[in-house]
Design a protein around this ligand. Structure first.
Ligand SMILES: NC(=O)c1ccc[n+]([C@@H]2O[C@H](COP(=O)([O-])OP(=O)(O)OC[C@H]3O[C@@H](n4cnc5c(N)ncnc54)[C@H](OP(=O)(O)O)[C@@H]3O)[C@@H](O)[C@H]2O)c1
Length: 288
């Protein structure tokens, strides 16, 4: 089955594929480890299937694998949409981005993100100071757009009061068990593209909850899989969805989101998902 991945647009007008291929979570490794050939081949498989949006971060330790996979794929750089995130190097974002570019074997990223707003009290820079440096990086062309990850409405509100260039993207954990409707509305009204990581959490991490039967029934009604229903739920809300798999058959499956759930089904999934709350990542930071 050949399906097109839908495209959204960032405030700069740049197109962004609505489905990203993640190179973190299950792929996480220390950079002192040798190159992970399974990851390189998985990225190449995803690219061969039509994925063009790669979600990366310095802390995943996998930027070198992404660079090798892109090179070996032979796909021209301008056809790709590469997201990078800085965390360890937020005390010197320019140095961090230069290192990221070297590892990714490219001279720009399409989006450069502050990976998380949770900085230790001893951090030498505040978020507004870091953002000012990110703005310089966007002006330099090394980052075509800049954004954030794991920011809440109060954190975005505060950032917007200081920003000259507003963030164009906010990537957060988002699935029906981890859905912040006010954050979606805030991002939509401020022209910030919201993106979802861990979209499959309800199936893979929290089975046994109230969504199980509902998602199964909808998948049967629509002639789709349960993963496709969860991914489509994000895309149909206008959210970029970042998923990943080491298996080509799942990569192909996840792409199959060219169908409609419709308003009533969308509401049902949101309502039933809202009966439980589960977060996988950054749990302690979100509590504070
Ligand atoms: N900004 C942040 O702080 C942040 C945090 C977390 C993640 N991310 C990004 O988001 C990406 C995706 O995150 P995620 O991995 O949590 O997303 P996900 O799409 O919810 O989960 C993907 C994982 O689920 C497994 N999986 C898929 N279908 C399955 C099934 N039917 N049964 C069992 N396992 C199944 C896959 O393993 P197989 O390989 O076996 O298919 C893969 O490891 C990451 O790679 C990273 O790029 C960002």
């Amino acid at each position: 089955m050949t399906t097109q991945i839908p495209t959204f647009h960032l405030p700069t007008g740049a197109p962004i594929p609505a489905l990203g291929f993640g190179t973190g979570t299950a792929w996480y490794k220390s950079e002192s480890e040798p190159l992970n050939r399974v990851l390189i081949d998985s990225i190449k498989s995803a690219l061969a299937l039509g994925y063009r949006h790669l979600d990366c971060a310095e802390v995943y330790g996998t930027e070198p694998e992404v660079g090798v996979a892109i090179n070996e794929s032979g796909i021209p750089r301008e056809e790709l949409f590469i997201v990078a995130k800085s965390l360890k190097t937020l005390d010197d974002p320019e140095k961090g981005l230069n290192e990221t570019l070297r590892k990714l074997q490219t001279d720009y990223v399409d989006l450069f993100l502050i990976h998380a707003p949770f900085l230790p009290p001893t951090h030498p820079l505040t978020i507004p100071q870091i953002w000012a440096r990110f703005e310089t990086l966007q002006k330099s062309g090394k980052a075509r757009s800049i954004g954030v990850s794991n920011f809440t409405v109060p954190q975005l509100t505060s950032l917007l009061t200081h920003a000259t260039i507003p963030p164009s993207y906010n990537q957060v954990e988002l699935n029906p068990y981890c859905f912040d409707a006010p954050l979606l509305r805030f991002c939509q009204s401020h022209n910030i593209q919201l993106a979802a990581y861990s979209p499959l959490g309800p199936l893979t991490k929290f089975p046994g909850g109230p969504l199980d039967g509902v998602v199964k029934r909808i998948a049967e009604e629509k002639g789709r899989t349960e993963s496709q229903v969860l991914i489509r739920w994000g895309v149909e809300m206008g959210v970029v969805v970042v998923t990943t798999s080491s298996r080509a058959e799942r990569q192909e499956e996840f792409k199959g989101v060219d169908f409609e759930l419709g308003e009533e089904v969308m509401r049902e999934i949101t309502e039933v998902g809202g009966r439980e709350h589960h977060r996988i990542y950054w749990t302690k930071d979100y509590e504070n």
